[in-house]
Design a binder for this molecule. Structure first.
Ligand code: TXA
Ligand code: MG
Length: 328
């Protein structure tokens, strides 16, 4: 098994040393846990793909400590500088042209001429980046195709002994992966919706479209339709609970019924989780992957999910849920 160590000065220093030496280290961020490796070290990066069982063509995000560090690896035009100034550190990834001769391993960008960069705000992650002094390539810390892990326990369940060290710092605040904003072309496009919404970006960029990647050739390979999938079926927009199903609720379930009789509110705890009893989308986002994982048990026939309003952060939540519901 990998070592799970609570983040403190000593373990942060150890994580930084391990990264420099080419190890895989799981790191907390404000969005989800990341499976980190030194982005300059091709062999270390290759181990990420191996640990996740991820197809090689899926490129990774490079995490850096500040804008200056980002500018070493990507070309930042005026738009990118402005967006970085406003939203970094935070849950926003920018896709930008790679700097010519950049030292980042080609494996990180999977051969593309663009690179994804992000400056995370999580205190522990920032300390690790400063101490390691190298850019850190990190996908979400889960086996490929599974929901992202937002707690150290779920990281360990998903990746088991395939990693060296888990730096634990509780549950992630946002709970959804970062917004991915493509600024490599003339028209800004969101490739993955997240906590930074089109409405947040609009004052700086004008109208920003979301490319949900549901067409033949998604620009962001991570947008492959079936992606954030539990191992049992997921049924969306549920207004009742069918026999054998577990319920992922949102808001009040006072009047929701169970097929064959009874009320949803009386379901045993292991069959019922509520993303947010008050209908708060931020709370719901932070619970989403954790609760999907908790309900993903073989004794349940499926996970019924109640309707989530498709506004603000709800767009990102519904995007992940639609992917979770894709079977096959
Ligand atoms: O919040 C997050 O973004 C987390 C934490 C750990 O930072 N990371 C994360 O990484 O979600 P990952 O690898 O699971 O997702 C990265 C996404 C994928 O959809 C990938 O296809 C896309 O970013 N991506 C990376 N580089 C890209 C590029 N050059 N062009 C287009 N899409 C890219
Ligand atoms: Mg992922």
């Amino acid at each position: 098994m990998s070592r799970i160590v609570v983040a403190n000065d000593q373990s942060i220093a150890e994580a930084a040393e391990l990264l420099k030496a080419g190890a895989l280290v799981v790191l907390p961020t404000e969005t989800v846990y990341g499976l980190g490796a030194n982005a300059l070290d091709g062999r270390a990066v290759a181990r990420i793909f191996e640990a996740k069982n991820r197809p090689q063509f899926n490129p990774l995000i490079v995490h850096v400590k500040d804008v200056e560090a980002a500018a070493e690896f990507v070309v930042m035009d005026e738009r990118a500088k402005k967006i970085a100034e406003v939203f970094w550190p935070g849950p926003l990834t920018l896709i930008l042209p790679r700097q010519e001769g950049s030292a980042i391993s080609d494996l990180v960008s999977a051969g593309l001429d663009t690179l994804a960069v992000r400056v995370p705000s999580h205190k522990v992650m920032r300390q690790v980046m400063i101490q390691a002094g190298v850019p850190i390539a990190a996908p979400s810390a889960n086996a490929s195709g599974e929901p992202s892990a937002t707690t150290p326990k779920h990281v360990a369940e998903s990746l088991g002994d395939r990693i060296d060290f888990i730096l634990a710092a509780g549950a992630c605040e946002v709970g959804l992966e970062s917004t991915v904003l493509d600024l490599s072309g003339d028209v800004p496009v969101i490739l993955r919706p997240g906590a930074i919404t089109p409405e947040d970006l609009q004052p700086y960029l004008g109208i920003v479209d979301i490319d949900f990647g549901t067409h033949e050739k998604p620009k962001s390979p991570g947008q492959l339709l079936k992606h954030y999938a539990p191992s049992i079926p997921v049924r969306l927009n549920a207004v009742d609970v069918k026999k054998g199903e577990a319920l992922l609720a949102f808001g009040s379930i006072k009047f929701m019924g169970v097929e064959g009789g009874g009320f949803a509110k009386d379901l045993p705890e292991e069959r019922l989780k509520n993303l947010s009893e008050d209908g708060d989308l931020h709370e719901a986002a932070s619970h989403l992957f954790m609760m999907l994982r908790e309900l993903d048990q073989p004794e349940h026939k499926a996970i019924a999910v109640m309707n989530i309003p498709n506004t603000g952060l709800g767009v990102a939540i519904n995007d992940r849920l639609k992917r979770a519901a894709q079977q096959g």
